[in-house]
Design a binder for this molecule. Structure first.
Ligand code: F6P
Length: 327
């Protein structure tokens, strides 16, 4: 193990995700276990620029494993995108004798971390925390499972009213450019159709499928739309379907930021705890400029370069399954 790293700073950045607190707890407690001094930076890279840094003891992370959000708060920093902003951030780390950082976030966070490492050589390990599950190098990201469960719970409720009124609902879920949340929500909620950015299914396919289900005497339907769909958002698609089938009673629901909050599921808490520990161990083993992940239940370290630029696509079997089960 490396003897050089003694003081580690941890921060959350980008969109929050349920389980980030559990990851922070794991970093602080694991750091303490291996005799590191752990510091928390508020509001991600913004706080690093502003010098908002405090020592975190094990008691500071008591009673947070079950809480959504991030107690360190988060931000999408415009200033960190500039060389001047990054220089100020580096000066904060220098002034506080920080030897290494752990960044909890998504693609944007790791893009910043990678540039920062190239410019200043600060060892950084990333922990994937985003509801979108869109990072290459890990089977799951922290927050994804909770977001899917939240979306399924919402769709279950919509199902009741859709059934009562014989309506077709278009339900939009988050995911930015990826369809993981939509696909898992669709399968988990028994949706009639799932529209994701990674699929080539067209509006004609959707209309045909809806008409087929009417022939099967199915009087209501639930269509899950990923916000990044190539066919447009739920409202846009609903409008086009309404034009093609005027007899349908169509409604649109956008679940939105509900998916970002709430108590993390057991799966997210365990994932966050494992990744937090593995990030600390990775730093002590001399790893940096990498994202820690779990692939096939094994801890892995993927270079930021790959995690950022390689695309993870939803499992083709799952896409097929969603189609088969809807018939
Ligand atoms: O990356 C997480 C995410 O919730 C995406 O699914 C969504 O597109 C985006 O963040 C929304 O960002 P904001 O909360 O800044 O509007």
């Amino acid at each position: 193990m490396s003897k050089d790293i003694k003081r580690v700073a941890v921060f959350t950045s980008g969109g929050d995700a349920p389980g980030m607190n559990a990851a922070l707890r794991s970093v602080v407690r694991s750091g303490g276990f291996y005799d590191l001094h752990v510091y928390g930076i508020k509001r991600g890279y913004e706080g690093m620029i502003e010098g908002e840094l405090t020592r975190l003891e094990r008691s500071d992370v008591s009673n947070i494993i079950h809480r959504g959000g991030t107690f360190l708060k988060t931000a999408r920093s415009e200033r960190f995108r500039t060389p001047e902003g990054r220089k100020l951030a580096y000066e904060t780390l220098l002034a506080n004798d920080i030897d290494a950082c752990i960044a909890i976030g998504g693609n944007g966070t790791f893009t910043g971390a990678h540039i920062f490492f190239q410019e200043f050589g600060v060892p950084i390990i990333g922990i994937p925390g985003t509801i979108d599950n869109d990072l290459y190098g890990t089977d799951y990201t922290i927050g994804f499972d909770t977001a899917v469960n939240t979306a399924i719970e919402a769709v279950d409720k919509i199902r009741d009213t859709a059934d009562s009124h014989n309506r077709v609902f278009f339900i939009e879920v988050m995911g930015r450019h990826a369809g993981f949340i939509a696909l898992n929500t669709g399968i988990g909620s028994g949706a009639a159709y799932v529209i994701i950015p990674e699929s080539e299914r067209s509006l004609d396919d959707l209309v045909e499928e809806l008409q087929r289900s009417v022939k099967r005497k199915k009087l209501f339907s639930l269509v899950i739309v990923a916000e990044g769909s190539k066919l447009g958002g739920a409202a846009q698609i609903a409008q086009q379907v309404q034009e093609r089938i005027p007899s349908y009673d169509i409604k649109v629901t956008i679940i939105g930021h509900l998916q970002r909050g709430g108590s993390p599921t057991g799966q997210d808490r365990v994932l966050a705890s494992r990744l937090g520990h593995a990030a600390v161990v990775g730093l002590l083993e001399g790893r940096h400029d990498v994202m820690v992940g779990i692939v096939n239940d094994q801890i892995t370290y993927t270079p930021f370069e790959q995690a950022i630029h390689q695309t993870k696509v939803p499992n083709a079997d799952l896409q097929r399954l969603a189609e088969v089960l809807a018939t």
